[in-house]
Design a protein around this ligand. Structure first.
Ligand SMILES: N[C@@H](CCC(=O)N[C@@H](CS)C(=O)NCC(=O)O)C(=O)O
Length: 213
């Protein structure tokens, strides 16, 4: 049985929705963030970075949310979450997933944990405001792409990148212009949020709709 180590609404959300999308059997293992159990020796054996989530799949132990999503797609090739390996749609899915995980998500972390990136307390508000601006530029870019080539990130093909986008939109819902204030993004987010897999995963994490604003 697969085990997903999670905390409600953390970076486990996309892998959790993908677990539901592919119809996998899994167990949720809560991480006690209040007592920093993600920094405990036992957890650090699973994820030396001390971050959430981790997926245990038999002997395989995986951290990094995007890697977990791709592993689930690879091991459930008949599911809906990814186009065939080698197709140009699959390559486009990789492109968007990488953009989300290596450009947007680090900026989200800078926005939420600005004091880790700017040690001068007086400079934190300005650094947070700059991070907000950068995030808004990134979501504007996605909006423009969706307007030109949507309705999904990969044209007319729903993929796990759309699920990953929902997670990052949720993380950014308190920004100056929340992602869902953009019409094409809102349509995509509404559609992902309405999927039974998303509803079930959010229910299991105790998150209430709308999941991204
Ligand atoms: N790139 C990692 C980021 C994971 C991450 O930063 N998770 C946050 C929760 S959303 C966390 O564990 N924060 C605790 C900490 O930084 O100490 C992934 O996508 O799995």
């Amino acid at each position: 049985m697969k085990k997903l180590h999670y905390f409600p609404g953390n970076a486990n959300l996309a892998p959790h929705i993908v677990l539901q999308e592919v119809g996998a059997e899994y167990e949720l293992v809560p991480v006690d963030r209040k007592n920093s159990s993600h920094k405990s020796p036992a957890y650090l054996k699973l994820n030396p970075a001390g971050r959430i989530p981790v997926l245990e799949d038999g002997d395989l132990v995986l951290f990094e949310a995007a890697a977990i999503c791709l592993h689930l797609a690879d091991t459930h090739p008949d599911s809906d979450v990814a186009p065939p390996v080698g197709s140009s749609e699959r390559a486009q899915m990789y492109k968007w997933l990488m953009y989300l995980t290596n450009t947007i998500q680090p900026e989200v972390l800078t926005y939420h944990y600005t004091d880790r990136h700017q040690p001068l307390p007086d400079a934190v508000p300005a650094a947070k405001a700059r991070s907000d601006e950068r995030l808004m530029e990134m979501f504007d870019l996605i909006e423009k792409e969706l307007a030109a080539n949507g309705p999904w990130l990969v044209g007319d093909r729903f993929t796990l990148a759309d699920i990953y986008l929902l997670m990052n939109a949720r993380f950014s819902r308190m920004c100056s212009r929340p992602p869902a204030t953009r019409p094409h993004l809102k349509r995509l987010l509404d559609a992902v949020a309405a999927r039974p897999a998303t509803i079930r995963a959010c229910e299991e994490e105790g998150l209430t709709a709308p999941f991204y604003c």
